[in-house]
Design a protein around this ligand. Structure first.
Ligand code: NAD
Length: 496
């Protein structure tokens, strides 16, 4: 087998070329014996051969999660769960270089970027650890009944299935595990088939932190494993993050057993620059709102609306900035953007670029696959800005999930609002202005789960994130996220 060449920073986990799944505290192969390959999208090198789980592995993992849910975990005091989570936060931070390197190799995101996730991962785990000891029911005054005392109990919902996308692997594992551990639920987590490695290492760290076997299971496999998981009768809740198309399938699969479901889906987010904005900040931010992570971010600001009076200057500066973005080897500290995750993803993006040209758009910057030394073996696409578009064109309407920006212009605030909202999605948005009234009117008018004013892509464990419309439902992070992992039971005591 070819070996990766990342020298001393090569994660020790990759010494084992066969990567088995993690069920009931053990690394085990798929019952079928089937495997799949995961490769480095920057070089094509083989990273590992991974267990390819199917319905029988799903069943084994769900049984393990159910047994753990009914075992000592269910009787563990909240303060004990909290202690384990705080230990896990420390361990994840201590091992973050390894986790970040696994993601860099698997996903192609620059190491300088994957390392930025360290602070967020620690903060997320500590935030949810805090919530573990705050779960509480209420004593409620009865509205119409006399001589009765009523109170509520908050109970963990049970076995949770998390099904994850590939665009931010370890961050997503932590985000899914946080509310599960805090609430006392158990988890079967299926990482995306393109990027399974860091989830497996995260699962091992959970065990090392003292999470009992079976509480966190990592099931590697393809979409079919996700489908089996979302239809499994003994799964109580699904926390899905991924495309809107798969989200719809999951809702259908979950209906038969009335599972609780939250779906964090795709987007086509508007980023709106008014003439009174601070352009020194807005120009680089508008570029990185879409090009960061090679455009593979659900909330990427892919529809840029610039007020007409500054359009010429803004586009000139945006084009100049974009030409300075360094695309290349994810291990080079100077690199800002790596490849996209896979050949199919690259082909999909290139097809969107072709459609834009065919429909009359013009590539102001970029528009091609990159070639030459350092690029030929990977899936690199130039950061691309299209102009000459109207709102009906395919690239303006559909999520591309690649480094492609649609640049549009507008005249009035009413027009900006109307066109920003003229999309089936509603995940996020950006507004750049120095006028407080404009900022507030836009924040109220935009139909999306996040509105970033004079910033973009901010995330915090304490602030909810999620979608309107076809971008899904449910909010991750924030004080109420944990409610999705709890059942409410009403207890009545009659006073005679
Ligand atoms: P995807 O929907 O193709 O796959 C996501 C996961 O679902 C993978 O683990 C996959 O194996 C699994 N899956 C595939 N078919 C399935 C089925 N029939 N039943 C159950 N599971 C199945 O998404 P992707 O291409 O991995 O990720 C990109 C998408 O994720 C984009 O649309 C992006 O916007 C979205 N995303 C959303 C958020 C958010 O928070 N809203 C965050 C990150 C990514």
């Amino acid at each position: 087998m070819e070996m990766i060449k990342v020298g001393a920073r090569r994660p020790a986990m990759l010494d084992r070329p066969q990567q088995e799944m993690l069920i009931d505290g053990q690394r085990v192969p798929a019952l079928s014996g089937k495997t799949f390959e995961t490769r480095n999208p920057a070089t094509g090198e083989l990273l590992a051969i991974v267990a390819d789980g199917d319905a029988q592995d799903v069943d084994r993992a769900v049984k393990s999660a159910r047994a753990a849910f009914e075992g000592p975990w269910s009787r563990m005091k909240a303060v004990e769960r909290q202690r384990i989570m705080l230990r896990l936060a420390d361990l994840v931070e201590d091992h973050y270089e390894e986790l970040a390197m696994l993601d860099t190799l698997d996903l192609g995101a620059p190491y300088s970027r994957t390392m930025l996730g360290k602070a967020r991962a620690g903060a997320l785990l500590r935030y949810y650890a805090g919530q573990a000891t705050l779960i509480a029911g209420e004593t409620l005054p009865n509205a119409a009944m006399g001589d009765v005392i009523s109170h509520t109990l908050k109970e963990p919902i049970g076995v949770v299935a998390a099904i994850n996308p590939w665009n931010g692997p370890v961050g997503m594992s932590v985000w899914k595990a946080g509310p599960v551990l805090a609430s006392g639920c158990t988890l079967v987590m299926k990482p995306a088939e393109q990027t399974p490695l860091s989830a497996l290492r995260f699962g091992e760290l959970c065990l090392e932190a003292g999470v009992p076997p079976g509480v966190i299971n990592i099931l590697t496999g393809q979409g079919a494993a996700g489908a089996a998981l979302s239809a499994h009768p003994d799964v109580d809740k699904i926390a899905f993050t991924g495309s809107t198309g798969v989200g719809e399938k999951i809702l259908h699969a979950a209906a038969g057993t009335m599972k609780r479901v939250t779906v964090e889906l795709g987007g086509k987010s508007p980023n709106i620059v008014f003439a009174d904005a601070d352009l020194d900040k807005a120009v680089p931010a508008a570029a990185m709102a879409v090009f960061a992570n090679s455009g593979q971010i659900c909330s990427a600001g892919t529809r840029l609306f610039v007020q007409s009076s500054i359009r010429e200057e803004f586009m000139e500066r945006l084009a100049a900035f974009t030409r300075t973005i360094k695309v290349g080897d994810p291990l080079d500290p100077e690199t800002q953007i790596g490849p996209v995750v896979s050949a199919p993803q690259m082909d999909k993006i290139l097809a969107y670029i072709e459609s834009a040209t065919r429909e009359g758009g013009e590539a102001l910057v970029g528009g091609k696959r990159m070639s030459g030394v350092g690029y030929d073996d990977g899936f690199f696409i130039e950061p691309t800005i299209f102009t000459g578009l109207d709102d009906t064109m395919t690239i303006v309407r559909e999520e591309i999930f690649g480094p492609v920006l649609s640049a549009l212009s507008f005249d009035t605030i009413e027009e900006a609002l109307q066109r920003a909202n003229a999309t089936e999605f509603g995940l996020a948005s950006g507004v750049w202005t120095s006028n407080l009234t404009t900022a507030h009117r836009m924040a109220r008018g935009i139909r999306a789960g996040s509105v970033w004013i004079n910033c973009y892509q901010m995330l915090d464990p304490g602030v909810p994130f999620g979608g309107y419309k076809m971008s899904g439902f449910g909010r991750e992070s924030g004080p109420h996220h944990i409610e999705d992992y709890l059942e409410t039971k009403s207890v009545w005591i009659k006073l005679d």
